[in-house]
Write a protein that binds this ligand. Structure first.
Ligand SMILES: [Zn+2]
Ligand SMILES: [Zn+2]
Length: 338
């Protein structure tokens, strides 16, 4: 595919889309039903449908029967851990292999022309962004993900969570499934904004921001505290009436859903003429500029707080004005304390 019909490439070779990514027409006033209808397929396809189906598969084939989940035992916990680890390896590895090892589409649609593997950095374990991300995924992300999963399933099995059945509450549970990505976005924005406060940024979130030019394994390259906060999105389902399968779906949106945002390419080519949108540009700009786009744009919270950056010149100017104002504030403070 010719990426220059969709965007432009600058002197450094970095590609940017012509059309800035907007926020979803979900929480806008006045409502825009036409835009909403046009956008709706993107809400489901392909990622959320895939994560929903994977949660369904886990519920039917990986998670043990309720009587067994009432007691935590190594047998089912280790099995769950192994399946999660293999799935993470395959899902993240697929993007890594095709786009970064085989470099199947070269630089086409790539936001940053450089490939991290060509530029080893002291910031990473073994100087490798990929190895660092993989190790953090298997040493910390998957154990914490599985731990929370086990805790929530155990709570459901023992009657500590409000469990509704599909047969008696089909409409409510279907609506809850549709709301899962919105819950994720709300939770992600809150914890992400929290770990951008100076102390938590320094000790926790700076690990994730070592990837200034993110690639698939950057997705789960986080400090364990961030993993805990990030995956705790599943805990909402201990409070709101829900179903354990929907809790699993919530976790899969977080666990598997991180990859599109870190893929580094705007489109992933499937064949010569077809590609799927990654919707990665908003989060790519977060990794590039740090204090913009704390959310992914599903809820326009960044717009409300003035931190939205869509890659346009106007957004760049807004961001620079904000940074200047912050610098002036900081200088004022240090003069006062001096
Ligand atoms: Zn990120
Ligand atoms: Zn961040």
């Amino acid at each position: 595919m010719d990426d220059l019909t969709y965007g432009t490439r600058n002197k450094r070779g970095d590609w940017a889309p012509n059309e800035p990514p907007g926020t979803a027409p979900l929480f806008v006033w006045p409502p825009r039903p036409g835009a909403l209808l046009k956008w709706l397929p993107h809400y489901f396809l392909p990622y959320n449908v895939l994560f929903f189906l994977s949660a369904l598969a886990w519920w039917h084939w990986v998670v043990p029967p309720v009587e067994i989940m009432q007691t935590v035992s190594w047998v089912w916990v280790l099995r769950l851990f192994a399946v999660n680890a293999v799935a993470v390896f395959l899902w993240y590895g697929l993007f890594e292999l095709r786009l970064y090892v085989q470099r199947a589409q070269g630089n086409r649609f790539k936001y940053n022309a450089r490939f991290p593997a060509d530029h080893p950095s002291e910031a990473f374990w073994f100087k490798s962004q990929t190895r660092d991300g993989m190790m953090r995924a298997f040493l910390s992300a998957v154990p914490i993900w599985t731990g929370l999963q086990v805790g929530v399933l155990w709570a459901f099995a023992n009657g500590y969570a409000p469990w509704l059945e599909w047969t008696s509450h089909p409409v409510y549970l279907a609506a809850l499934c549709i709301a899962v990505p919105v819950i994720h976005e709300f939770h992600f924005f809150c914890i992400h904004r929290l770990i951008h406060t100076p102390t938590l940024y320094k000790w926790v979130h700076s690990v994730h921001h070592n990837s200034v030019n993110p690639s698939p394994w950057s997705s789960l390259a986080m400090h364990p505290v961030e993993h805990l906060l990030y995956f705790s999105t599943i805990l909402y389902h201990l409070v709101i009436p829900s179903h354990p399968m929907i809790a699993l779906y919530q976790l899969h949106v977080a666990g598997f859903g991180a990859v599109p945002g870190h893929v580094g390419f705007d489109k992933v080519e499937l064949t010569e003429g077809t590609a799927i949108d990654s919707h990665a540009h908003i989060h790519y700009l977060h990794h590039k500029h740090f204090e913009v786009n704390y959310g992914d744009g599903l809820i326009p919270i960044d717009r409300w707080f003035g931190t939205f950056h869509d890659g346009s010149k106007e957004a760049e100017a807004r961001m620079n004005a904000r940074y200047q104002a912050k610098k002036a504030r900081m200088n004022g403070k240090s003069e006062k304390t001096a």
